[in-house]
Design a protein. Structure first.
Length: 339
């Protein structure tokens, strides 16, 4: 199974050589076997690739992401035919019923808010986590009351400060957008590999969005990006921040009773959502859960002359989530009894 996320940041030539990705520049030649590569990110606009390599990458369903001159994700490769039965899959997708879409979307939204609540608990924003707990209970079919939107306002304010907005031009938003782009590409890869169209979504239905279905499915995974950005608190969009976000796909979570890399969890989850649509059963959906660890992450700051040594740097340590979760549950139960 492929697992490597390869980011090419320097000017070079990429070629195919006996099932290997050959990376050649003026100084050296490196090779990686294609069976190991999950995603290839071309960060430098000076990189050249051969058609033979591109064709083989598509055949092997390796996701290829191209970045612009600012090294931000700009486009990606998606094959025309990702599965031998893609015609049958597309016919199924077109016939998905609206009421089933609404039920599945409600499950996706509720799970996204739960994951946001978990992160708020880690951040110590208990009051806001309680609010999100109420929103989860209020999610309706197709999220008719827009609990997702209301939760987002509470969530981002609790995570990055009351004055933070997703529309502002700042390093935190730049990091979030970069991480979301990596996630979106991974979901596109899995959807296309199963023979379905990324354009036809469950909830998202924008005629200018070629990734409506991936935009739907990725929602519960967004807090994984948010967690990294919250821990890093970047003051500028550095190479280290980008690599930390790319490495998200190599982190591990629990899904379907097993420990899996995030890249594999996306594959299992996508298959389960499609199965839920085809079988008209939301019980088929398999969501991931975090592996309980003592999470610690260094904050990324601009380097200064008097920067402390590595072991003296300020660190972020998440509080015990289970204790805070019990407190939230107690508050919610009291609220229910009082109504």
């Amino acid at each position: 199974m492929s697992w490597r996320v390869v980011a090419v940041s320097r000017r070079c030539k990429l070629d195919l050589s006996m099932n290997y990705l050959e990376i050649r520049n003026n100084e050296e030649v490196k090779k990686l076997h294609l069976s190991e590569i999950h995603t290839l990110i071309i960060e430098n606009t000076g990189v050249s690739l051969t058609c033979a390599l591109l064709a083989e990458l598509i055949h092997r369903k390796i996701k290829v992401i191209f970045c612009d001159e600012k090294r931000n994700p700009l486009s990606e490769l998606i094959p025309y035919y990702g599965s031998h039965d893609s015609s049958a899959c597309v016919r199924q997708q077109i016939q998905w019923e609206e009421n089933q879409k609404g039920l599945v979307w409600a499950e996706v939204v509720a799970e996204k808010i739960r994951k946001q609540q978990e992160l708020l608990l880690e951040a110590g924003a208990v009051d806001r986590a309680v609010m999100l707990g109420r929103y989860v209970n209020d999610v309706q079919e197709a999220d008719a009351s827009n609990r997702e939107g209301h939760a987002a306002k509470v969530y981002f304010g609790g995570l990055f400060g009351a004055n933070f907005t997703r529309s502002s031009d700042c390093p935190i938003n730049a990091a979030l957008n970069y991480g979301y782009s990596i996630l979106l590409s991974s979901f596109n890869r899995e959807i296309a590999a199963k023979g379905y169209l990324t354009q036809i979504g469950i909830f998202h239905d924008n005629m200018f969005n070629p990734y409506n279905l991936a935009s739907d499915m990725m929602e519960p995974f967004r807090p994984l990006v948010d967690r990294i950005v919250y821990q890093l608190q970047p003051e500028e969009m550095t190479k280290e921040v980008k690599y930390a976000l790319v490495d998200l796909l190599n982190e591990q979570v629990m899904i379907d009773g097993n420990k899996q890399y995030v890249s594999a969890a996306i594959r299992i989850y996508c298959a389960s959502v499609i199965e839920a649509m085809n079988q008209k059963d939301t019980g088929e959906i398999k969501f991931y859960s975090l592996i309980t660890t003592d999470r610690k992450a260094k904050k990324v700051k601009k380097k200064t002359a008097d920067e402390p040594k590595e072991n003296e740097k300020e660190k972020y340590e998440a509080p015990e989530v289970s204790v805070l979760q019990r407190k939230v549950d107690q508050i919610l139960n009291l609220n229910k009894e009082g109504t």
